[in-house]
Design a protein around this ligand. Structure first.
Ligand SMILES: [Zn+2]
Length: 287
């Protein structure tokens, strides 16, 4: 999302920092026998004028986006993919405005959803963040022990000398710098068997990434990150006005289009409200 939105979100992010201490350590569920994914509700974003996601198209039209996070359980460990809007937002029953452009809402916390499926955030093996925008890092503080998997350029945009230039402020995610980190320079096979693979897809931000899942029953799926925000923009390869690099954004979308075809994979668009409504959410899981 935009710089303004991230700045406005800072107080909410800070409000969540104390959360891990309050979580009692508990035994993790027994390792799963085969790969599964839990789809977690990480809030909604009402956008007053959706054309900022497609300059010149859909001008003045309102659109509701969802915000989605995922817990992936593999026989060798767990990966949380994106952390959504800050859990503190759930305390505001009617949500909150962010400037004139956005209205944010969260009906339930990420912490409560993870607890409900029997996992302890302190025991999650990996934390995969598609990119550093505010609506994806709201609860990184819940996972201080997980190994952060992030493209090198994205890590630099968060913690390097130019962080402010990218609209990032390390003060709003103070625990992330202390996470163990594995900086990536391309695709990355998380568990070594090809079933969970981070796909480098830069353009939306300097080091944006998506996630490929080879689900044993459902088939191949890619979690989009913000490669596109909803189906219409994906189909037309539209680039939001606030993307880091327009050409790289189009290239990443085209490459992903080819990858989906070659692997008979379906793109789950994390902000697509309508598509998300069709996908089973936690506590159920998808194999
Ligand atoms: Zn987003």
């Amino acid at each position: 999302m935009t710089r303004t939105l991230r700045a406005l979100g800072a107080s909410l992010v800070l409000a969540t920092v104390a959360a891990p201490a309050a979580l009692a350590a508990s035994a993790a569920p027994a390792p799963v026998k085969s790969l599964r994914v839990y789809v977690l509700d990480c809030g909604t974003i009402d956008v007053a004028d959706i054309s900022q996601f497609s300059p010149g198209v859909n001008v003045g039209k309102h659109k509701k986006l969802t915000d989605t996070c995922y817990l992936i359980a593999h026989p060798k460990g767990t990966l949380v993919w994106d952390t959504g809007l800050p859990d503190a937002l759930a305390e505001k029953k009617d949500g909150m405005d962010m400037g004139k452009s956005y209205h944010l809402k969260r009906d339930r916390t990420l912490a409560s959803q993870i607890k409900a499926i029997g996992y302890d955030p302190l025991q999650v093996t990996y934390l995969g963040i598609s990119h550093m925008h505010f609506d994806h890092i709201g609860n990184v503080g819940l996972f201080p022990k997980s190994t952060l998997l992030m493209q090198k350029e994205e890590y630099a945009s968060a913690f390097g000398p130019d962080a402010a230039k990218y609209g990032n402020d390390p003060k709003t995610y103070p625990t992330l710098k202390d996470n163990p980190v594995q900086e990536l320079t391309g695709d990355h096979d998380v568990f070594g068997d090809g079933s969970v693979v981070i796909k480098r897809a830069i353009g939306h931000t300097p080091g944006h990434q998506s996630l490929f899942l080879k689900l044993p029953k459902t088939g191949n799926v890619v979690l989009s990150g913000d490669l596109a925000h909803f189906t219409e923009n994906w189909a037309n390869r539209r680039v939001p006005s606030f993307n880091y690099d327009k050409e790289l954004s189009v290239k990443a979308m085209n490459e992903m289009g080819d990858f989906l075809k070659a692997n008979k994979a379906v793109l789950w668009i994390q902000h697509d409200y309508e598509q998300n409504a069709q996908i089973k959410h936690a506590p159920a899981f998808i194999e």
